[in-house]
Design a protein around this ligand. Structure first.
Ligand SMILES: Nc1ncnc2c1ncn2[C@@H]1O[C@H](COP(=O)(O)OP(=O)(O)OP(=O)(O)O)[C@@H](O)[C@H]1O
Length: 264
């Protein structure tokens, strides 16, 4: 077995994503081939409406592919039952409805749902995993607070802790840094990076923080209306892929600093 095959957590082959009804099929992106390995931090970037959320929903099995395959640990996602899938992928979506009346501990404990018995009683191992998740994310001191008492940044950390408590090899997050200030955006993305290193999980997240993603990620999946490119930030930089992310005129990619700048 090749090295990359051994550690592959997520792979797509010739994947088309989009929406289909009886009347019509709308393809959002075509022929996507990506591979994510254990321990990698991967950003999905691209302009508004290009299809990042559609892609993440397809990767996590929430939405069916129009064509092609999503493979999780070499298994076709369509053939994995929902309970097993919940032990492979944890998903944090934007604007997810959550009960803010729950305490932080209770919300993080929901990550253990795939493993608890039918009355949802937490066993010793569940409690250990919850404690570990709170520690990893650095929010032990918040555990007795109600979620309505938290700032957006704190709530974001709690949702990440819930995903960690689910203890899956793959975590998928849709825009984990929305509503955060620059410091907290950097903090959350660095936290994700640290988690990949400490836990060897693969973390895939959609983001508009391109400059931060270039600095922090192992891999970037760059979605553009006519193609999806993937590779290390260095590889995409060298191929000039970033120069056509935005419409011409307002923002330019500065190769020297590897970041986007407003055109003078
Ligand atoms: N349920 C749906 N049915 C049909 N089309 C949809 C549906 N949801 C989204 N779309 C369309 O799919 C396209 C991609 O949307 P998506 O939300 O995946 O983009 P995005 O890159 O995540 O955008 P943003 O950065 O603004 O969050 C858009 O044209 C959108 O209008």
């Amino acid at each position: 077995m090749e090295k990359s095959q051994q550690h592959s957590i997520l792979k797509t082959t010739n994947l088309d994503i989009g929406y289909s009804t009886k009347a019509k099929k709308t393809i959002i992106a075509k022929a996507i081939d990506i591979e994510v390995n254990q321990g990698e931090l991967v950003a999905v970037i691209g302009v508004n409406g290009v299809g990042k959320s559609t892609f993440l929903r397809t990767l996590s099995g929430v939405q069916d592919a129009l064509q092609g395959e999503v493979l999780v640990k070499h298994q076709k996602i369509k053939q994995i039952d929902s309970l097993e899938l919940a032990s492979l992928i944890s998903l944090v979506l934007t604007e997810q409805p959550i009960s803010k009346n729950l305490s932080v501990f209770e919300l993080v404990a929901l990550g253990r749902q795939p493993y608890t018995n039918w009355i949802g009683r937490l066993g010793k191992n569940d409690l250990r995993q919850i404690k570990k998740a709170l520690q990893h994310v650095g929010i032990e001191d918040l555990q007795n607070k109600k979620c309505y008492e938290l700032s957006d940044g704190q709530l974001q950390k709690v949702l990440i802790a819930r995903a960690i408590a689910q203890n899956t090899p793959l975590v998928i997050l849709d825009e984990p840094t929305t509503h955060l200030d620059l410091y907290h955006k950097a903090y959350v993305l660095k936290l994700l990076k640290k988690l990949t290193r400490k836990t060897n999980k693969a973390i895939v997240f959609a983001s508009h923080e391109i400059n931060l993603a270039i600095q922090l990620c192992d891999k970037i999946i760059l979605m553009q209306p006519d193609k999806v490119s993937t590779g290390s930030p260095r590889k995409l930089l060298e191929s000039g892929a970033f120069s056509s992310v935005f419409p011409e005129g307002l923002i330019v990619f500065d190769k020297a600093s590897a970041s986007f700048k407003i055109k003078p």
